[in-house]
Design a protein around this ligand. Structure first.
Ligand SMILES: Cc1cc2nc3c(=O)[nH]c(=O)nc-3n(C[C@H](O)[C@H](O)[C@H](O)COP(=O)(O)O)c2cc1C
Length: 369
């Protein structure tokens, strides 16, 4: 089957998501949310160093693509970063740990983008304490050397698809092991497959956590263009299912519906098609630890993209709510030393090339435009 015409349903942390079909002309092209994807093409085209760097940074991954960042230009050379208070996941991320990791991903990409344009960006985290801005950066034209990882920013994606049934090549393993711990042994991988699957069943089977994802779904091109964040369900096949009423917010919320059963089955298959995992732990679990984990994940993500390796966060078993506590404990038994926190867990392997995900335009994520 021509991969560019593949009509798949893929599933992500929160439910059913649009497939990764790439634009292939005709009807598909008319259903592509062009405005929602424009930030990928506009990155670096603002003619001002801080805006250019921010326009790359917003291509960073974030939980449920919430893009929780807000940026403000300060003086001639400063950037202040905030977390927008309303952009959070109170059910599945009650402590804002994952949202903070997403801020860390953004910060790393911002620093890398500044560096690629010859600027150092001196960073101060939480300059006014935990309740104030997340970070301040000062840009300085200091002939900084570009980090080669930055070259892969446009290729990076989270690949929410089944991976090929083959082990990571030794060179890929060695390159990625510089950024994260890799789990590749058949026993430990089998244990993580079982754990990620069981944790997924808990999230999808707990009404309030499942609803949190469904509420963030964008059904079809019009909704995606209107709110280019959350879980985008698009493309001709999904939009056809929406038109005939098979795929709606209500059917996804109904555990007895075909849409729900199919989404569960596809998620199980996807999680099973995994031969390796990447893990990030931190000794503590402070906001600074979470930002640092996000920065490390961003580097891993870029390194994977640069090698054509697919990466997909699977966070359910790391989430801090009562129904998940047994799986959270098991994840820590398997992956962390006593006292450590597992900040990120992701599938790693060889997957199909998938489409970029939507983003808000830079202007929409800046205070004062
Ligand atoms: C901290 C964090 C946790 C995430 N957890 C999941 C997850 O559990 N399942 C999933 O499918 N994607 C997860 N993602 C990936 C996001 O859904 C993804 O980054 C977002 O939709 C944007 O897509 P992109 O990464 O392809 O640009 C996570 C991302 C971050 C930063």
């Amino acid at each position: 089957m021509n991969p560019s015409r593949r009509k798949t349903l893929a599933l992500i942390g929160g439910g059913l998501v649009a497939a990764a079909a790439l634009p292939a002309g005709g009807f598909l092209a008319t259903r592509t949310p062009h405005d929602a994807l424009r930030p990928w093409a506009r990155a670096g085209g603002y003619g001002e160093p801080r805006r250019d760097a921010l326009s790359y940074a917003l291509l960073a991954p974030s939980p449920h693509n919430l893009q929780p960042w807000l940026a403000e230009l300060v003086g001639d050379d400063g950037v202040r970063l905030y977390r927008e208070p309303g952009r959070r996941l109170p059910e599945t991320d009650p402590q804002d740990r994952q949202i903070t990791i997403g801020m860390g991903c953004f910060i790393e990409l911002l620093v890398l983008a500044a560096g690629a344009a010859g600027h150092t960006a001196a960073l101060t985290l939480y300059p006014e304490g935990a309740d104030g801005p997340v970070a301040e950066l000062r840009f300085d034209a200091a002939d900084a050397a570009a980090d080669p990882l930055f070259a892969h920013v446009a290729e990076r994606r989270s690949c929410k698809e089944p991976f090929e049934d083959r082990a990571l090549a030794a060179q890929d393993r060695a390159a990625l092991a510089a950024h994260a711990r890799l789990v590749t042994g058949s026993g430990p991988v089998a244990a993580l497959r079982a754990l990620t699957s069981a944790a997924w069943e808990v999230e999808a089977g707990t009404a309030r956590t499942h609803r949190e994802s469904v509420d963030l779904m964008r059904f079809g091109r019009r909704e995606i263009e209107a709110a280019p964040d959350g879980i985008d369900l698009g493309g001709p096949m999904l939009e056809s299912l929406m038109r005939v009423g098979v795929l709606t917010r209500d059917t996804l919320l109904d555990p007895d519906s075909r849409a729900h059963a199919q989404s569960m089955e596809m998620y199980r298959e996807m999680l099973a098609a995994t031969r390796a995992y990447a893990v990030l732990t931190s000794p503590g679990n402070t906001r600074a630890d979470q930002i640092a984990a996000g920065r490390r994940w961003m580097r891993l993500d870029l390194a994977a993209a640069g090698r054509g390796v697919a990466l997909h966060p699977v966070s359910q078993c790391l989430q801090e709510y009562p129904e998940m506590s047994a799986h959270h404990a098991r994840a820590h038994d398997l992956l962390a030393a006593p006292g450590e926190t597992v900040q990120m867990l992701g599938r790693v392997g060889y997957g199909p090339r998938v489409a970029q995900s939507p983003r808000w335009a830079l202007e929409e994520r800046m205070l004062h435009g």
